[in-house]
Design a protein around this ligand. Structure first.
Ligand SMILES: N[C@@H](CCC(=O)N[C@@H](CS)C(=O)NCC(=O)O)C(=O)O
Length: 215
């Protein structure tokens, strides 16, 4: 059985090696919101055990629990956090739609960056051909982000939104897959802007390896 769902306290279940966890955690850190973190040990397969499957049928992280709700899928969580807190939400209906469009694209395209990193970092047993298969899509996604940011500060509108946090959060581990923003000046400047925001931290500094309270 899952733990009882707390009422108002945000509870995020995740892992320190997970870009999908980092995305909502970065939102919470930058928004300065109090929350509880519950660690899920992916290496030990805790995500496939009944207690976790009861809150995430896909056997993955992250999971957010709040006010009797259980949310999975990092972009669904970002959408919820933006709608319920008003933070990192776009201005106007058209831009709100654009922000979700970027999140849908992220899940199609930047996921290739996460796949390259996953196989390069965690699966020395698989053939290099698998990494090579995903790499062109990953590099194309990074090029697309770079091109889209030419002449603008943020992906949508005039301030940082869930579009930026979702895309940045998914590509954050790219160096572990041998990718970089070198020769992608617009994306590199965008990353600097995100990293300059109060409360920012990179995943290994932000996501604890143990359960923790953030107040
Ligand atoms: N589309 C999902 C992807 C979730 C996902 O791939 N989570 C990974 C960690 S980043 C995971 O739980 N892997 C462990 C497993 O699949 O067993 C999301 O955005 O939340």
């Amino acid at each position: 059985m899952p733990d009882p769902i707390p009422s108002d306290r945000l509870v995020l279940h995740g892992s320190f090696t997970s870009s999908s966890t980092y995305k909502p955690m970065l939102f919470l850190a930058l928004a300065g919101l109090p929350f509880s973190f519950r660690t899920v040990n992916l290496k030990n397969g805790v995500q496939k055990q009944p207690a976790h499957l009861a809150i995430n049928r896909y056997g993955q992280v992250p999971v957010l629990r709040h006010r009797g709700l259980t949310l999975v899928m990092s972009n669904v969580i970002l959408d919820y956090l933006a709608r319920t807190t008003g933070k990192f939400e776009a201005d106007g209906e058209q831009d709100r739609i654009h922000a979700r469009e970027w999140l849908a694209w992220e899940n199609d395209a930047i996921t290739n960056v996460a796949r390259v990193r996953h196989f390069a970092r965690f699966r020395p047993d698989v053939s290099q051909e698998i990494v090579n298969y995903f790499r062109p899509g990953a590099e194309a996604a990074l090029d697309f982000i770079d091109k889209s940011l030419a002449g603008r500060q943020w992906l949508v509108g005039e301030h940082c939104t869930i579009a930026d946090l979702g895309c940045f959060g998914r590509l954050v581990f790219m160096a572990e897959g041998g990718m970089s923003l070198d020769n992608r000046p617009h994306a590199a400047a965008w990353r600097e802007r995100i990293m300059a925001m109060p409360g920012f931290a990179l995943p290994y500094d932000l996501i604890p390896k143990k359960d923790a309270e953030f107040d």
